[in-house]
Write a new protein. Structure first.
Length: 328
């Protein structure tokens, strides 16, 4: 990449996550610091195709670091999945002189960016924004820490009513096909059992665990269930199975849903977004492309974008062991 970068575009795509606005702010202000222009692309790849652009100055991102969602909006784009759609997007970028893009999103966003780069040799840098924490090459994605705090706060409230009425609560949390939210929040909230896709507990072992809890004197229990867990077809089937086999339990289900994706980002996510935004812009200015900015062992590092997309995150084995001990 020999061309000098004078104008950088930034967009958010896929599911929103707390910290995206803080990352946008960081990208814009780093561009201002280096005296280059920053263009906001609204509505993700769809806005890229339609030329929904706006110049962003350092002052235009005042008072957004603490807000959830994304000021640039997000949208799925079927047209961008076609070569014709990507051609339109490329022409829109060239028409306003954008030289490089910072993409804030998850693996779908990065996959689109990789294809776009291959076809048009257009410089791309990714910032991982998803509450699921399922992107390879980073210990934390933007929004994960905030989502954990939201889940723990809600479970604390649910425990109050569970204890008052001697109830068993199944609490379903997000995470697609990974259990990072469930495991971390479950340990943090003191759940009696945690069900994640990576560890198939099985229905019989679940009942055995609940019976042990009951025998030990616990009159209420919280079971945190990752939405991608493989025990039963869904969390409501789990409820029915336990009620059929343990009549002494009054069972309730709470599906936390999209409340996990909203809210003001935690301090951790704000700081992480700020660090990642600076690194993303300065990486492009160094002439590098096709990398994702991540955090590994508290250091901001670069991972090739294709590895970030193809790689698999692993569940924390030590935390699994801690979980087993804590549910004794």
């Amino acid at each position: 990449m020999s061309k000098k970068i004078k104008k950088i575009g930034v967009l958010t795509s896929g599911g929103d996550s707390p910290g995206m606005n803080a990352a946008i702010r960081s990208v814009v202000r780093t561009c201002a610091f280096h005296e280059i222009e920053c263009i906001g692309v609204y509505r993700g790849f769809e806005g890229l195709i339609e030329g929904d652009f706006k110049i962003l100055s350092a002052r235009s991102v005042n008072n957004i670091i603490h807000t959830g969602g994304t000021m640039l909006k997000s949208a799925r784009s079927k047209e961008f999945m076609t070569k014709e759609g990507r051609q339109k997007a490329f022409l829109q970028l060239k028409s306003v002189g954008i030289d490089a893009l910072v993409l804030i999103g998850g693996d779908g966003t990065f996959t689109g960016g990789l294809v776009f780069n291959e076809e048009f040799n257009f410089p791309i840098i990714g910032i991982p924004g998803t509450i699921d924490n399922d992107i390879f090459g980073t210990n934390y994605t933007l929004g994960f820490d905030t989502a954990l705090n939201t889940v723990v706060e809600v479970i604390d409230k649910i425990r109050d009513t569970a204890s008052s009425h001697k109830r068993l609560f199944f609490v379903e949390v997000m995470g697609r096909d990974v259990g990072h939210i469930a495991l971390n929040a479950g340990v943090g909230a003191g759940a009696e059992e945690i069900l994640i896709p990576e560890e198939d507990l099985g229905l019989d072992r679940l009942l055995e665990s609940l019976r042990r809890s009951k025998k030990s004197g616990k009159s209420s229990s919280i079971v945190v269930v990752a939405e991608g867990d493989k025990i039963g077809k869904n969390v409501f089937e789990l409820k029915d199975y336990v009620e059929e086999n343990m009549e002494e339990y009054d069972v309730r289900v709470s599906v936390l849903g999209h409340m996990q994706r909203g809210g003001s980002p935690s301090c951790f996510d704000r700081v992480l977004a700020s660090r990642m935004g600076v690194k993303a812009v300065e990486t492009l200015l160094e002439g590098k492309s096709n990398y994702m900015v991540g955090i590994l062992d508290n250091k901001i590092e670069l991972t090739p974008l294709d590895k970030a997309v193809k790689g698999k995150t692993e569940i924390n084995k030590e935390l699994l062991r801690v979980s087993d001990i804590m549910t004794t």
